[in-house]
Design a protein around this ligand. Structure first.
Ligand code: BV8
Length: 243
């Protein structure tokens, strides 16, 4: 277990701190995580709703599933972990958030530099012409079609078996190449290539601080590990650091 004072020392002595987050950072906002006891993938097979093949097989079903999720995500409130990361960025103590989440809560909390590796709940895109629209377009008939070319619209997220947008991935790797302190929050470190990020940072000599309610494969390379809900840990950190 890490000590808050060591975390504070790392935070104030590092030149380029970056946060890497997964669904666990939004768990205390009431958004279910993917794995673990009550994980989303316990209730539905990702092949059915989180692959291109699954979508093409039954676009209406997948749209209904996503619209359900969008409702939860849109209605969710930021929790103190999101707020703390935005405050640290404002203070110049955090340079970027690289997130696997599509819920937009980092931006809602005020974070400016947010790299969304797996896309966003805010947008949909046309399978035919690639044009993007706000997700609100998918509110009436399902499956929604492109106002421009009539093609099928899909959520603007990265499904299993799909490559991450090159520009986004390169941007994330750029941040990793500059970081000397990576704070890893609420990820099981399962999904590649996102899960490579902590190892790449470690390889280049960055310090790793992990915040998770349970141990993960990343814990083995963490310089500090805090086994507790992230909003509670960040409350302690910000209070003790008087930020
Ligand atoms: C790719 C969509 C290659 C968005 C998601 C076969 C074929 C093709 C690829 C593969 C294959 N086999 C394996 C792969 C690679 C695959 C992969 O990694 N699979 C894993 C499961 C083995 N990856 C891919 O397919 C990727 N693409 O490889 O393309 C390619 C290249 C070129 C050309 C063609 C193809 C694409 C991966 C993206 C998948 N998209 N979601 C959406 O709808 O949300 S996956 C899903 O998992 C989410 O995106 C999520 O972000 C991501 C990672 O999960 P986590 O965020 O870590 O969440 P999880 O629930 O797992 O963990 C939560 C953690 O929080 C836990 O540790 C828990 O303890 C902790 N926690 C809980 N509460 C708290 C907390 N911590 C702190 N505080 C709390 N309060």
């Amino acid at each position: 277990m890490g000590s808050i004072s060591s975390f504070i020392n790392l935070l104030f002595s590092s030149k380029y701190t970056v946060a890497f987050t997964g669904s666990g950072v939004s768990a205390e906002s009431g958004i279910p995580t993917f794995r673990g006891k009550k994980g989303i993938w316990k209730r539905i097979n990702p092949d059915t709703v989180a692959t291109r093949e699954g979508f093409l097989k039954n676009p209406v079903f997948v749209w209904k599933w996503y619209l359900e999720r969008f409702k939860t995500l849109e209605g969710a409130k930021v929790n103190y972990a999101h707020i703390a990361l935005a405050k640290l960025e404002k203070k110049g103590l955090l340079k970027a958030v690289i997130t696997q989440n599509i819920d937009g809560l980092h931006q809602k909390a005020g974070s400016k530099k947010v790299i969304e590796l797996h896309g966003t709940v805010k947008k949909v895109k046309c399978l035919k012409c690639g044009k993007k629209f706000s997700s609100s377009i998918a509110s009436n008939t399902l499956p929604p079609t492109c106002p421009k070319c009539g093609g099928l619209l899909r959520p603007d997220v990265v499904w299993f078996g799909e490559p991450l947008p090159e520009k986004t991935l390169n941007e994330a790797f750029q941040e990793v190449s500059k970081t000397d302190l990576l704070i890893v929050i609420g990820t099981s470190g399962t999904v590649m290539p996102a899960a490579m990020i902590p190892y790449l940072a470690k390889q280049k000599g960055a310090k790793i601080v992990e915040v998770n309610t349970e141990e993960t494969p990343i814990t083995a390379i963490a310089d500090l590990f805090f086994k507790e809900p992230c909003s509670i840990l960040f409350r302690k950190l910000m209070e003790e650091a008087k930020i």
